[in-house]
Design a protein around this ligand. Structure first.
Ligand SMILES: [Zn+2]
Length: 506
């Protein structure tokens, strides 16, 4: 009798362990081995000189209150700089100016039956906080090359990509390369303020001329090390979707009057309660997208994390706790809540009639703007408070591009060829990029920046002392040359554009 009491739990434990192990091995996708290739020769200093010159054009996009603006003079100057730097490109490719200053280049392929591919970047940069000027080692728009870095605002985000793409095309033209499939470059003028005049208009123009796109590649994840928990090797993160965004205006009203005879609470107190309610009811965490990341990384992840992601039925709680502890990984597993603006009251002895706040949410694919606004109303649950989306700051998460798609697979292969040792993982981009504007034109929209970057490099973007390594820049050119070769052939297989809500016929 005592023996059976011991045996039953033991068998159960063995069974559970076996189940965990079987699930873990089925979960991991081993990466295909890739033959190393000879990379074309690229003069790194020459490319760095081009980027430095582009940085000197102060193509700032800014927001003042609700008004947005781009520096059209600086954008024109940058356009002239590019014309001089890339004579072959400008002699061979068709270039159209879209809106005021966005650029669409078309490199006609030999087979016009093949839908074009589009490589994107943006020409604008964010402003420099004048209060931080004394902390810049080199002035932000001096465009200097020192200690193997090109320094300045926009060097990393993302003029390096504009230069990298045009440099690659110039070198390919020098070798008499002719693409079979048409290649387009779309450079927006205002990505940093939403892309309304840039990418959105380029997309409208392409749609008008009847172009469906085979694949789109925009800025996105870089090749980083030590940023993903439990992964030691460098990882190239390919964005297969990006989060949506919603800003809600939250307004509380109360009786105005003299502060000498107040009611129990004021409009400000009511608003404060509403904000507390939002912050204490974050949207529930979802592990599905991080699961995709770890599934692709396979054996590169620590065994503990491999087993945990393969068995979220058992370890879901552990993973959620671990990922919620860090703001970046937390943003990867849920629609985030951030109260960003507040306003109320005009004088110390007046009871305000109203008080307002703005909360910004970033939506994971699957959560919708409409449902989220309703969720916030339910959570606040106060008739004195109204909750309304700000229409110009509300858009849904993008559709997902499958990691099994031809474009993803071919991009992953090129990454492994040009950056040996890097693992590749699909992920959901946390911020917004121009790529979302092309979602209607292609079923294969990907977001990847071919740069090896440290946490330090990333923190300089939109911050101080932004810079890019000269060697990384040359590697970026080699990468684009290789990818243009791969994507401009007939090998890429078509994927139908699938909009959210549409179901594909099996
Ligand atoms: Zn950018």
């Amino acid at each position: 009798m005592p023996l059976t009491i011991l045996i039953i739990p033991l068998v159960l434990i063995i069974f559970v362990i076996a189940f965990i192990l079987v699930r873990t091995s089925a979960f991991l996708r081993p990466s295909e081995p890739v033959e190393p290739i000879d990379l074309p020769e690229v003069d790194a200093d020459f490319v760095a000189g081009h980027l430095a010159e582009a940085v000197r054009c102060e193509t700032i996009s800014s927001v003042e209150g609700t008004a947005t603006s781009s520096d059209l003079g600086a954008l024109r100057e940058l356009r002239r700089v590019l014309e001089v730097q890339y004579p072959r490109v400008h002699a061979t490719l068709e270039r159209e100016i879209i809106s005021d200053a966005s650029l669409l280049y078309t490199w006609r392929g030999t087979n016009l039956d093949l839908p074009p591919v589009l490589f994107c970047a943006h020409l604008d940069v964010v402003p420099v906080d004048q209060g931080t000027l004394d902390q810049w080692v080199h002035p932000p728009f001096a465009g200097v090359i020192i200690d193997d870095y090109v320094w300045g605002r926009g060097s990393f985000d993302v003029k390096c990509q504009v230069i990298g793409l045009l440099e690659a095309a110039e070198l390919l033209l020098k070798e008499d390369f002719r693409p079979e499939r048409t290649i387009c470059f779309g450079f927006g003028q205002d990505e940093e303020i939403g892309g309304e005049k840039g990418a959105k208009q380029i997309a409208a123009h392409l749609a008008e001329r009847g172009d469906q796109l085979e694949a789109v590649l925009d800025e996105g994840g870089a090749i980083t090390q030590g940023i993903l928990p439990g992964i030691e090797t460098p990882v190239a993160m390919i964005g297969i979707a990006e989060k949506g965004s919603l800003s809600l205006r939250i307004k509380a009203v109360a009786n105005p009057g003299h502060s000498a005879t107040p009611e129990k609470t004021t409009a400000i107190g009511i608003l404060a309660k509403a904000i507390t309610a939002l912050e204490s009811h974050p949207l529930p965490p979802r592990l599905d997208f991080m699961r995709i990341v770890y599934s692709a990384l396979g054996g590169a992840a620590s065994p503990r994390l491999q087993a945990a992601f393969a068995n979220t039925w058992l370890f879901g709680g552990y993973l959620r706790n671990k990922l919620e502890a860090n703001p970046t990984t937390n943003a990867s597993i849920r629609t985030t809540t951030a109260v960003t603006m507040i306003n109320g009251g005009i004088k110390d002895n007046l009871l305000p009639a109203s008080a307002e706040a703005v909360a910004n949410f970033r939506l994971l694919p699957g959560d919708t703007v409409e449902d989220l606004a309703e969720y916030c109303r339910l959570v606040i649950n106060d008739p004195r408070v109204t909750v309304e989306p700000i229409p110009e700051n509300a858009w849904e998460a993008s559709p997902l591009t499958s990691p099994d798609s031809e474009a993803f697979q071919s991009l992953a292969t090129t990454i492994r060829q040009v950056f040996p040792g890097a693992e590749v993982a699909p992920y959901v981009v946390l911020g917004a990029t121009d790529a979302r504007h092309y979602a209607n034109l292609s079923g294969q929209v990907l977001r990847f920046t071919p740069l090896v970057a440290t946490q330090d490099d990333l923190s300089r973007m939109h911050g101080i002392n932004e810079r890019v390594h000269v060697g990384s820049l040359a590697r970026m050119v080699q990468f684009y040359m290789q990818l243009m070769n791969a994507w401009a052939g007939a090998g890429l297989e078509s994927v139908k554009v699938e909009m959210p809500g549409e179901t594909s016929e099996a």
